[in-house]
Design a protein around this ligand. Structure first.
Ligand code: ADP
Ligand code: MG
Length: 582
């Protein structure tokens, strides 16, 4: 539609106020105009923090020659006709005020050529007055040059910050739009130096990396609402990146939020993001996040504040919890994928600000429990005192066991479910690896030697692994055809029924395929797999506590050597959301 001046009653409905408070706000308005004009490339230039010069050039639709004067009138816009349109805005601009406001407080020159026009137009204004207007040859698109901003409003000039602060604010505006519009190529030149460039290739990751730097971006993870989240009839789509808890800042300035392509300052929403990190980062620190929300235009009211930096949602609570859940989900998944214990350790769990609940009081064991412990079943021996190893998990309070498969525990961030078999396998593996590295693998002599008969296949596997097994503490002698007697065993299986366990271990090794050069790791993994407590085995409270305490100090406590998940965590947040859903 063409540019027209809005009728009085529409003007009265628009959030009034001054949109151009500082150079960065002029840059913002000009960029929004370029985006609304469908530009695929936008160049921004500034000099002296924008007070000397701001120039925004675009390759968008341009302004028809006949409408150019009108564009500088207050409340003249091509984006809105009637008050009803305010409910359903798809453009960034709608007030028809920016060009007029900027031109009133500067010396502004516009050169524009509408795609349909043979010639371009140049219009020069001074403090809102037209100086001259003439046809010029120009490429399709628009270049707005704003010189000496606030030259005629000394009061506002006085309120400007140091050049470098204004310069940084301009960078903030340009990079924010670049992230929201990865399909548009942005460049920013300040005081003749290129400061920023985005490719316009449409890849959000690319732009976020360009804005925050590669090193920071490496510590960010993708956030995506698992399919569009539903609020009644409405769907919210969310995508973006958020930092792992080891990348934080002392202020919220790196939490960048968009609603329908508009960068917004919405404290409640940035609280929702920060809230997703509860228990993971120190209080007073904030994550890095770039999150883009899209929701139906009638679901958001942008007509709240003159700078359009604030919005009102129709269902604020729902929007916030959607955002928080998506961020939390991304973080939790990152936890479980993360094999690097160092990184986990920084996930707030060595964080002084978190108050760990005291460890559970020693459990008064019952006589009946002991009855379940057949001597043949692997069991978890008490360890004297906690080894001086760094903690990789918080102190967990064992609550109980379910299905004789999982241990339920409570930790600072919520509920933990531990697969007893996978966890014990992991603990044993780590323990033996450490002993083996320190050449102190514990072996025990077998007092009443047992003989074990092997299948020919298993016998062959034993042949291939005999040297490694002897390093691990097995002393095996041939007793007869395929029959062996054990003189000594690694401590972890010393009390087990070898007739079952040893073939199972050889079976594990044969599934591994051909042995790698030294094979110690595989052999230890096999030993751990067969020596670990089984699913279905009832454990005493003390055994569970011992196991959990050991797991708390294992590097990479999340997966067992055979690749099974040892531990899942349900945060308080998730639990609350689950229960509120009803
Ligand atoms: P608004 O963006 O709210 O409509 P502005 O004062 O920013 O108000 O712009 C007035 C009008 O001038 C716009 O509605 C649009 O038609 C036109 N205009 C401004 N900048 C551009 C541009 N870069 N490219 C094409 N048209 C523009
Ligand atoms: Mg505008």
């Amino acid at each position: 539609m063409g540019i027209t001046v809005l009728p009085e009653e529409v003007v009265a409905r628009i959030a009034a106020g001054e949109a151009v408070e500082r150079p960065a706000s002029a840059v913002k308005e000009l960029i929004e105009n370029a985006i609304d004009a469908g530009a695929s490339s936008i160049h921004v230039e500034s000099a002296a923090g924008g007070r000397q010069l701001i120039r925004v050039s675009d390759n968008g639709a341009g302004i028809p020659a006949l409408e150019i004067e009108l564009a500088f009138k207050r409340h003249a816009t091509s984006k809105l006709r009637a008050a009803e349109d305010l409910q359903d805005l798809s453009t960034l601009g709608f007030r028809g005020e920016a060009l007029a406001s900027i031109a009133a407080v500067s010396q502004t020159t516009i050169i524009t050529r509408h795609r349909g026009d043979p010639m371009g137009m140049s219009l020069r204004m001074n403090g809102g007055q037209i100086r001259h207007q003439r046809p010029v040859g120009a490429p399709a698109g628009t270049v707005v040059t704003v010189e000496n901003l606030f030259f005629n409003t000394p009061a506002r000039l006085k309120f400007l910050k140091a050049d470098r602060t204004e310069k940084r604010n301009i960078q903030g505006v340009v990079t924010r739009y670049a992230m929201a519009y990865p399909h548009i190529a942005f460049t920013l030149k300040q005081d003749e130096r290129e400061q920023f460039r985005s490719s316009g290739r449409g890849d959000l990751a690319d732009v976020v990396a360009a804005v925050f730097g590669r090193a920071h971006f490496k510590r960010m993870i993708a956030v995506e609402s698992a399919g569009p989240a539903r609020i009644g009839q409405t769907t919210i789509a969310l995508r973006g990146y958020t930092s792992l808890p080891d990348l934080t800042r002392r202020d919220r300035s790196r939490i960048v939020l968009y609603v329908n392509g508009r960068a917004i300052q919405e404290n409640a929403l940035s609280h929702a993001v920060t809230g997703a990190y509860e228990g993971m980062i120190k209080s007073g620190t904030f994550p890095f996040a770039v999150l883009l929300l899209s929701l139906p235009t009638d679901f958001v009211d942008v007509n709240v504040h003159p700078t359009k930096a604030q919005v009102r949602f129709r269902e604020p609570g729902q929007v916030f919890s959607t955002v928080q859940r998506a961020v939390r989900q991304a973080l939790l998944e990152a936890d479980l994928d993360e094999a690097d214990a160092d990184r986990w350790r920084t996930f707030g769990f060595t964080n002084e600000t978190v108050d760990y609940p005291p460890p559970a009081p020693p459990f008064a064991g019952t006589a009946t429990e002991d009855a379940f412990h057949d001597a043949d079943l692997p069991h978890i021996p008490e360890t004297a005192d906690a080894p001086a190893k760094p903690r990789t998990l918080p102190i967990l309070r064992v609550v109980g066991q379910i299905g004789a498969i999982y241990i339920v525990a409570e930790g600072p961030a919520g509920l933990y479910l531990i697969d007893q078999n996978a966890a014990h396998e992991h603990v044993l593996y780590q323990q033996m690896r450490e002993e083996q590295r320190a050449s102190s693998l514990l072996a025990e002599p077998v007092i009443d030697s047992q003989t074990v008969l092997l299948s020919p296949e298993h016998d062959a596997v034993l042949g291939a692994w005999a040297d490694v097994l002897s390093q691990l503490g097995f002393e095996i002698e041939t007793f007869g055809p395929h029959t062996y007697v054990f003189r000594a065993l690694p401590k972890v299986i010393a009390s087990s029924r070898l007739a079952d366990l040893f073939p199972a271990m050889l079976e594990y090794l044969s599934r591994k395929g051909t042995r790698k050069d030294n094979g110690t790791e595989e052999a230890i993994a096999a030993l751990a797999a067969v020596a670990a407590v089984k699913s279905g085995q009832i454990l005493s409270m003390e055994e569970m506590q011992t196991l959990v305490a050991q797991l708390e100090r294992c590097p990479s406590p999340f997966t067992s050597p055979s690749g099974n998940t040892t531990l899942i965590r349900l945060t308080r947040e998730q639990l609350a959301l689950e229960f509120r859903r009803a």
